[in-house]
Ligand binder design. Structure first.
Ligand code: ATP
Ligand code: MN
Length: 477
């Protein structure tokens, strides 16, 4: 007898044959109908139990959460809600589950409650759907780059360069915190630490990816990234995954074209391959939005939003144009923004990004050519001497989803920049080498994987799109 996943059974039902399935009990109704799920699809398989045929002791063990093996003949179902069902002939229990203490009851739980039970929340329809979409999205990302001539590059996780400047870092050390070796001036002596210097968890693989793009041409990273930023928002994690393509011979326009094509492509993949999960998540989102005031509800359903992104060109405007729009906007004039936009050079806050995307353009927006002062040292300086070839992609409901730039390839300009910022050039010796030996224009960007999963699934909080979230004061599990 063949063992099937529930997805296989439903895709091509071997009708009137004896089949075997394994899974967890979602519900057991009237001592007769078991809804079994094995994670292979959002759908359950109904198993019909003739209770006279089974031992009472066995039936008592069948409760929500229990793991079972069931075999029987697959037949067409006469009942509503399913096309086929299994007429159970044999049932064995892998593991029982005490119905009174099992936290995942067949009812609605709050997201906060489920976060506290992150080891069990994958047994809910919502989390299983989100995680299947997450998995499909990673596949689509690899497929896109592999199809387009990129090589998967594994950036180091432990980094010795502290010049990335992308945020606060987590120190990696084996020194005894109670009794660290000290230098003559009383500082911690990292020469005696494991690596003989200060090291941290990486905040970005970009600098290393640049080195590899200068030999392999086109590379991309897809790995974990760590930021010790104490920002308790619905869009920040302390440990998140980032995709960072880096391309030799690409200028900023090539970079924006790639980012837009890439995003559209991976979203199309989800629309084509995650139909059932997206339909479920769409309904979940609709239900959730009904609890919100009218003005905060979104105008489009989840799949409409995804299709909209695929079908429409992203708006591209310069930072300078954006500042003009914001300066003259209603919330700025009526002093509704927390941070008012008065002059050129102001850093854009998430309220401004969301105004541009959600109110003004109602479309994904690529902002480019930012003031040098508010962007990282490695971005290429424009002719005007005050803006750099940076680009951020802003998405509805999310804000910044991509940050990228054309990199500064000119050694003299980069040296000046580093000196002006007081960065120790010795720290960056190898990065500067790249500008000495066969330098070339090049560009890249970083896509926050979880922010993309958030957009694709309509989940409001980034903590609910990664299996075990790490945030300030929280590293349970
Ligand atoms: P933000 O201003 O939203 O904090 P950032 O400017 O620090 O973002 P980058 O350094 O450009 O972001 O990182 C590239 C991408 O990584 C961002 O566009 C975003 O999608 C994602 N990202 C950045 N920080 C986080 C975080 N703490 N948690 C999850 N994703 C993040
Ligand atoms: Mn940040």
């Amino acid at each position: 007898m063949k063992s099937y996943s529930i997805n296989e059974l439903l895709q091509a039902p071997p009708l009137n044959q004896k089949v075997e399935v394994n899974g967890w009990v979602k519900t057991f109704r009237s001592n007769r109908f078991i809804a079994l799920n094995d994670g292979s699809t959002i759908q359950n398989i109904q198993c019909v139990v003739d209770f006279e045929q089974f031992d009472e002791e066995l039936l008592k063990k069948i409760a929500t959460g229990a793991a079972l093996k069931i075999s029987g003949v697959l037949v067409e179902s006469l009942g509503k809600g399913q096309s086929v069902e299994i007429q159970a002939e044999e049932i064995s229990v892998h593991g029982i589950s005490d119905p009174d203490s099992y936290p995942i009851q067949p009812k609605k739980h709050s997201m906060e409650f489920l976060r506290e039970h992150a080891h069990l929340r994958i047994r809910t329809n919502t989390f299983a759907a989100v995680m299947r979409v997450r998995s499909a999205l990673s596949f689509a990302i690899h497929a896109y780059f592999q199809k387009n001539g990129f090589y998967y590059f594994h950036a180091p996780i432990i980094t010795g360069s502290d010049a990335e400047g992308a945020g606060e870092m987590f120190r990696v050390s084996t020194l005894d915190p109670k009794n660290p070796p000290l230098t003559d001036n009383g500082d911690v002596n990292y020469k005696e630490d494991f690596f003989g210097k200060e090291t941290n968890l990486t905040v970005s693989g970009q600098l290393e990816a640049e080195a590899y793009a200068m030999g392999l041409g086109k590379v991309y990273t897809f790995g974990p990234t760590f930021r010790a930023e104490n920002s308790n928002t619905s869009r920040h994690l302390a440990e998140f995954w980032m995709i960072e393509p880096e391309m030799a011979f690409y200028d900023l326009k090539d970079n924006m074209d790639l980012a837009e094509d890439f995003i559209k492509n991976i979203i199309s993949y989800l629309l084509e391959n995650c139909e059932e999960d997206l339909a479920f998540l769409e309904k979940r989102l609709l239900d959730e939005e009904k609890t919100k005031p009218m003005a905060e509800r979104s105008e489009m359903k989840l799949r409409e939003k995804l299709k909209f992104v695929v079908d429409n060109e992203f708006i591209r405007i310069t930072y300078t144009e954006a500042i003009e729009i914001l300066r003259n906007s209603k919330p700025n004039k009526k002093k509704k923004f927390k941070f008012l936009i008065n002059e050129w050079g102001a850093d854009l806050q998430s309220e401004h990004e969301r105004y541009l995307v959600e109110k003004h353009f109602k479309c994904p927006v690529i902002l480019f050519d930012y003031p040098a002062k508010i962007k990282a040292f490695y971005m290429r300086l424009n002719e005007d001497g005050k803006t750099v070839r940076a680009m951020d992609i802003l998405f509805p409901g999310i804000g910044e989803i991509v940050g990228g730039s054309q990199r500064e390839e000119r050694l003299d300009v980069l040296n000046e920049k580093i000196a002006a910022l007081g960065i120790d050039e010795k720290e960056l010796w190898w990065y500067l080498d790249l500008r000495k030996f066969g330098t070339a224009i090049h560009s890249g960007f970083g896509l926050g994987f979880e922010r993309m999963v958030q957009f694709a699934t309509g989940m409001g909080n980034i903590r609910d799109v990664i299996p075990f979230p790490r945030t300030p004061q929280n590293a349970e599990f």
